[in-house]
Design a binder for this molecule. Structure first.
Ligand code: NAP
Length: 249
């Protein structure tokens, strides 16, 4: 897919914001969603515009069906037909064992990470698939290496949600491969973002980074580069691919 209109969920901070910047630099017009942090989203849009690119911020909780539908509609209204999706928005709960979980905690993790990704994929396919009159497109799901490590003692529910994201990518890729839509998955390792502090572990990068085979945590831009490759034409024969970006972890 040549660069067109891209929707990035959770584009206000971290890996999503780096993806928005990289995509805009590569020629995509980018709609980025955020949930709470309007100022952070506006700052990313300002950065993109200062660099000569095009971006628009759209508020949406990906766990809310109406928000997702509205976000795709707003992106198309502002920028044109959506031909790319990066389903990036995701959360972790506080560090806890499974025998300490509340149902409410697990429900929220699954609603944001799994239901949110599925709803975004549904809207993307409805717009991109040749079966629905679209001209094709490219979807990248942001999963995690947690799907194969399991995150014991930290957040097994999060790891399980990312296992579901991996399988969503494999299944959807095969479902729409003949309809002009590619679907791929990026699985980051430990990356320097605010997600660790949001889960109550602000020291997590300093603690785990040195234990990674490459001896350090990754940067959001290093994940964004992998996302951009899978999104674009250079990966044109890849679909249902899981790409680990983990420093060897
Ligand atoms: P982050 O810095 O915490 O940023 C999360 C982004 O998602 C923010 O833009 C946030 O919006 C948005 N968001 C959160 N909940 C949302 C919701 N319900 N609806 C819409 N947007 C929502 O996280 P990150 O580290 O960049 O993580 C991005 C993705 O990478 C996640 O899927 C995460 O699981 C995955 N990942 C991260 C790492 C890592 O080490 N950082 C490793 C593996 C995988 P607001 O700014 O408005 O809150």
């Amino acid at each position: 897919m040549p660069p067109g209109v891209l929707l990035v969920t959770g584009g206000s901070r971290g890996i999503g914001a780096a993806t928005v910047r990289a995509a805009a630099a590569a020629g995509w017009s980018v709609a980025l969603t955020y949930r709470d942090d309007e100022a952070a989203a506006a700052a990313v849009v300002a950065d993109v515009e200062a660099a000569g690119g095009t971006a628009a911020a759209v508020p949406a909780d990906v766990a809310v069906e109406d928000d997702v539908v509205s976000a795709f509609a707003a992106a198309a209204d502002a920028l044109g037909p959506v031909t790319g999706l990066v389903a990036n928005a995701g959360i972790v709960g506080p560090r806890a064992r499974v025998d300490e979980y509340t149902a409410e905690r697990v429900r929220r993790v699954l609603e944001v990470n799994v239901l949110g990704a599925v709803l975004c994929c549904r809207e993307a396919v409805r717009r991109m698939s040749t079966r629905h009159g679209g001209s094709g497109g490219s979807v990248v799901l942001v999963s995690s290496v947690a799907s194969r490590l399991g995150s014991p003692g930290e957040y097994v529910d999060y790891a399980a949600s990312k296992g579901a994201v991996d399988t969503l990518g494999i299944g959807l890729a095969r479902e729409v491969a003949g309809e002009g839509v590619r679907v791929n998955v990026v699985r980051p390792g430990i990356i320097e973002t605010e997600i660790h502090a949001s889960g109550g572990q602000p020291d997590r990068v300093a603690r785990i980074g040195p234990t990674v085979p490459m001896g350090r945590a990754g940067l959001p831009a290093e994940v964004a580069a992998a996302v951009l490759w899978l999104l674009g034409e250079d990966s044109g024969y890849c679909t249902g691919t899981l790409l680990d970006v983990t420093g060897g972890r």
